[in-house]
Structures are given as C-alpha cells and as structure tokens.
Design a binder for this molecule. Structure first.
Ligand code: BMA
Length: 324
C-alpha cells in the first residue's frame, strides 16, 4: 500500500461482495464489477453486532459470509478494511446512542463496563484470528474503529469524551488485542470526519506507534464539497508523508443519481494531485430492504454508469486488475 499510494488511487466499496442494489449474497457478484468488469481493489466490511454474539451484522450480512468474503477478497489480491459500529456498552443502545458522556470512561480499565467491553474485544479477536486462507495464513485487515470522532454522532465522538479518554480507548484496545489476544494481522486506521487544520486532525491522534493509516470520511452534502475534500486530502497526504503512513479517504459518497459526473469531475479531479492510497465509497443497500438509504456506489443502469466507466479507465484509478 505504501508503494501503490504513489502509483495511483485505489477504489474501494463498502460491502461490495455482500450485496448490491438488486441482489443479496451471490457468489462472485459485485455492483462495481457489473458496471466496469473489474472488482474494487479495496473492499469494506462492517462488524457491528458481532459483539452481541449475533449471527449477522447490523447491515444484515452473516458473519460467516463476511469471513468467507474477506478471505476470498484477499486471495483475489484485494485489500480488506473493517469498520465496527459496535453498541454503546453503557446504555445498551446503538453506536449512535449519544445520551451519555460516560460511555468511553465506563469501558476503560476501572470502568463499570470494562469487563463487558473485553467480551466485545474477545469476540472481535476470535473473528480476526479466524481469517485464515486455505494454507493457514492469516489475512491482513485494515481495522478502522472509532471513526468520525471529530463529529458527535457516535458515543465515542468529540463532545462525548475527553481527548485523553479517546486516546486511552485506542491504547487499551490495541494493546489488549495485540498482547492479550495475540492478534497480529491488523493494521490500525485513524479516521476523522471533516476538519480544517492539521492541528484539528491530530488533536485525538493516539500516536505513531499505534496507528498505521491516517484517513478521513467526507460525504458530498453541498457545493462546498470539492474545496473541503481538496483541503482534507492535501492535509492528510502531507501528514501521511511526514509520518511515513498510509493516507486515505476512508469513506465518501455523493449524489450520483443527480450529479452524473460526480466520479470524474468531483472525486477524480479533486483527488488527482494527491498521493493517497484509496477512496472508498459507502454501501449499496439492497433497495427492497433499505429504501431510505441511497446507494453510494455505481450499479448497472444507474444514471452515472458511463461516468464511472470513465473514472475506471483513467490511469489514476487502480482497480483489482491494476494491483495484482
Ligand atoms: C451508515 C448507514 C447505515 C449502516 C451503517 C453501518 O452510514 O449506511 O445504514 O447501518 O452505516 O454500516
């Protein structure tokens, strides 16, 4: 990934192999491949509800399928990244439950929910250690928990915990997974939401010894998007270069039904000047199940299909065939 980040911009898609706008769980199928004939080079997965011991995720994907998909993607030569919208251990609510400012403190050592949090991590560790190829090799995964913390919509967000508590959460989590659970197949990604300065970006950064990738999430919600995306991309690629880390746009998404040149004119032209590892767009919920969520990736017959093919054909973008 360090070398590829100077060669081009990889394309990622959340849950790409799990479901698409019109299908669910079909071996080998991908909305992106339906459109351009190639798979994304980065595949995102979500582990929310693994901590509950459930059979399937909060996005209705069976964990057995996620495991098989991660292994398959790695064997194909793709990079896997995993997010985790795990539940609020203090209130019992979802990751979006921001009713208490004590959740982070409660799961840290000494806190009333610390033991419960360790059971979450035990389940996570077992899952990560089960990611083995046929020849017994552990699959490397870019793990990206506690993201978008410069906003305050998750229980780990900026207004819900102190800087020290947030850093301690990372420190404890990584140390426990690595030293107590012997998990060594993870790279750790720090990923903010929007920010304007390097100081703001790094305010809650847990440290160079813990983090492998510096990234940010940014969705297109209006005309200021290209300028904001350019500024964040400029700052993160600079921080990545200075620290010798991978830099990425860990989540993006735009109004691709209305803005049919979003792929080339907005994303590609804005990110072209920067050496970033990848841009990942969020999921394509199956229309029937979640009609309220718009798809962020392309799909066969969607209005921006031709523009996505242009994006695919541009030498700057790297899909699976480009990195194998
Ligand atoms: C959000 C939405 C939700 C989803 C969550 C976790 O951005 O897509 O529908 O449950 O991510 O993947």
């Amino acid at each position: 990934m360090m070398k590829l980040q100077h060669k081009g911009l990889m394309f990622g898609h959340q849950d790409d192999l799990a479901y698409g706008t019109t299908w669910y769980s079909k071996e080998g199928r991908s909305d992106v491949k339906d459109v351009c004939g190639d798979y994304p080079s980065v595949i995102g997965w979500e582990l929310g509800h693994l901590e509950l011991g459930d059979a399937y995720s909060l996005d209705s994907v069976y964990f057995d399928r996620i495991r098989a998909g991660i292994i398959k993607a790695s064997e194909m030569g793709a990079i896997n990244t995993v997010s985790w919208h795990h539940r609020n251990a203090l209130t019992g609510g979802s990751a979006w439950d921001v009713t208490s400012k004590k959740t982070v403190a409660s799961i840290l050592p000494g806190g009333e929910k610390h033991d419960l949090y360790m059971t979450y991590l035990d389940k996570l560790a077992a899952f990560m250690l089960s990611l083995k190829t046929k020849d017994g090799k552990l699959v490397p995964v870019l793990f990206r928990p506690y993201h978008e913390h410069t906003g305050s919509w998750f229980w780990w967000g900026k207004n819900l915990c102190t800087v020290e508590e947030y850093k301690a959460l990372w420190r404890f989590t990584i140390t426990y997974l690595r030293d107590a659970k012997n998990v060594h197949n993870l790279l750790y990604a720090y990923s903010t939401d929007r920010f304007t300065t390097s100081e703001e970006y790094l305010e809650r950064y847990p440290g160079d010894n813990l983090i492998d990738m510096v990234a940010f999430d940014l969705y297109d919600r209006g005309p200021e998007y290209p300028a904001t995306l350019a500024n964040c991309a400029k700052l993160v690629s600079k921080i990545a270069a200075e620290k010798g880390k991978i830099g990425a746009v860990s989540e993006a998404g735009g109004p691709i039904i209305k803005n049919t040149e979003w792929w080339t004119k907005t994303v590609l032209e804005t990110l072209r000047p920067y050496d970033l590892s990848y841009v990942l767009v969020w999921r394509n919920p199956t229309m029937k199940a979640k009609a309220k969520d718009a798809p962020f990736g392309p799909s066969k017959g969607c209005p921006s299909e031709q523009d996505f093919i242009k994006f695919y054909n541009d030498p700057k973008t790297l899909f699976l065939k480009d990195i194998r």
